[in-house]
Design a protein around this ligand. Structure first.
Ligand code: PEP
Length: 253
């Protein structure tokens, strides 16, 4: 079975003691994750050492970065590279979150470079895609997302693409309280999988985990994750609340 993943995106939230309390309270619950289930915490870069040390010995729990620079090192003041993240225990890196695309001007071409940097050090990219409201209202979401996949990912080989996790996040559902219905999520996740099948073949497409993101919470996670092509979630707001994220982890299939 392909990986089922509950990924927390803390964004730019929490002070150090709050981060520590949240992780410790979350980890106090028993989870008994199956071998195909993973929990990933994309924490602010400054909390990575804290998160890595808190998760020591916790099988299938991982720490992620929320972004990285496309170069490995150099004169890029304020930036952090993929090899630097790997050197402190990061195994996953989120790329192309809609907030980075919108507020930091990240293009598909730049994301393609970042992907190469992440794959080169054997880390797992969590590649975000998803349409704004106007595109959804025009009914063009499939074409919009397909273009993001083609421009950002389709230069990868079959061996590389299976290492990528996709997060489909409709922008109109992020942080808005509006969630795609489970039917809407299934429909576009299935479409995304057909895009991979057309490019890489069905066997490869079946291996790729496609997470849903956009106001996932305890109350809707089970129904969303039950969809055949929804392989877990990338969770913002609800990942900051212990009881919510705990229930989301338990909703993984
Ligand atoms: C996100 O940050 O990727 C996200 C989906 O946020 P939220 O769950 O708050 O909508």
């Amino acid at each position: 079975m392909r990986k089922q993943i509950a990924a927390a995106n803390w964004k730019m939230n929490l002070k150090s003691t709050e981060a520590s309390t949240l992780l410790n309270e979350l980890l106090a619950a028993p989870y008994a994750l199956k071998s195909h289930q993973e929990v990933v915490f994309a924490v602010p870069a400054i909390y990575i050492p804290l998160a890595v040390s808190t998760l020591v010995g916790k099988a299938n729990f991982f720490v992620a970065a929320q972004n990285c620079h496309q170069k490995n090192s150099g004169a890029f003041t304020g930036e952090i590279s993929a090899p630097m993240y790997a050197s402190v225990g990061v195994k996953h890196i989120v790329l192309g979150h809609s907030e980075r695309r919108e507020y930091f001007g990240e293009s598909d071409a730049l994301l393609a470079e970042k992907l190469n940097a992440v794959l080169a050090i054997n880390s797992t990219p969590i590649f975000c895609c998803g349409e704004p409201l106007a595109i959804r209202e025009a009914g063009s979401q499939n074409e919009f997302v397909e273009a993001q996949l083609k421009n950002g990912l389709f230069h990868l080989s079959a061996e590389e693409i299976v290492k990528v996790v996709i997060a489909y996040e409709p922008i109109w559902a992020i942080g808005t309280g509006k969630t795609a219905s489970s039917d809407q999520a299934q429909e576009i996740h299935a479409y995304i999988r057909t895009c991979f099948a057309a490019k890489y073949g069905d066997a490869i497409a079946q291996e790729i985990s496609i997470l849903y993101g956009g106001s996932v919470k305890a109350a809707n996670a089970k129904e969303l994750f039950a969809q055949p092509d929804v392989d877990g979630g990338l969770v913002g707001g609800a990942s900051l609340i212990v009881s919510e994220f705990e229930a989301i982890i338990h909703a993984l299939k």
